[in-house]
Write a protein that binds this ligand. Structure first.
Ligand SMILES: [Zn+2]
Length: 138
């Protein structure tokens, strides 16, 4: 949450803050949607990793909307903070043996997720809020 405020406070318009907030709430909640596949699927490495923030980043590079950047930056940040808290609370990740390996996995992914959030945030700030990222070559 501290990171969230640091990111948002930098000359953010209220609009932008609002969309980053929505993204963050979605993101913190998102990894536990794996419960929808049953408790046996909980904390599987796809949902509890930087995998979806990475997909968000790929999507962002192709998206063409003013508010998608703040939402996706917030989403990556929210997922990252969820993973960070799971690291502290000894979250057990499926299919990864050993408690300390799980925590290393969660921590690394939390850092990668925060990096993705930072990258998205930086790219649309730097280019004057309008997304001007060149699209990926097809
Ligand atoms: Zn979790």
């Amino acid at each position: 949450m501290i990171v969230f405020f640091v990111l948002v406070r930098r000359k953010g318009t209220w609009e932008e803050t609002f969309f980053v907030g929505i993204g963050t709430m979605l993101g913190t909640w998102f990894p536990d949607w794996d419960l929808g596949f049953g408790i046996g699927f909980h904390r599987n490495p796809f949902f509890h990793s930087a995998f979806f923030p990475f997909l968000a980043w790929l999507w962002y590079r192709r998206a063409n909307s003013r508010w998608i950047g703040p939402i996706l930056a917030g989403f990556a940040l929210g997922v990252s903070s969820h993973l960070f808290w799971d690291t502290i609370h000894y979250g057990d990740v499926r299919w990864i043996p050993g408690a300390s390996n799980d925590r290393i996995f969660l921590l690394i992914n939390a850092i990668v997720g925060a990096g993705i959030a930072w990258w998205i945030r930086r790219s649309y700030t730097k280019f004057g809020r309008e997304k001007t990222m060149p699209p990926l070559p097809d």
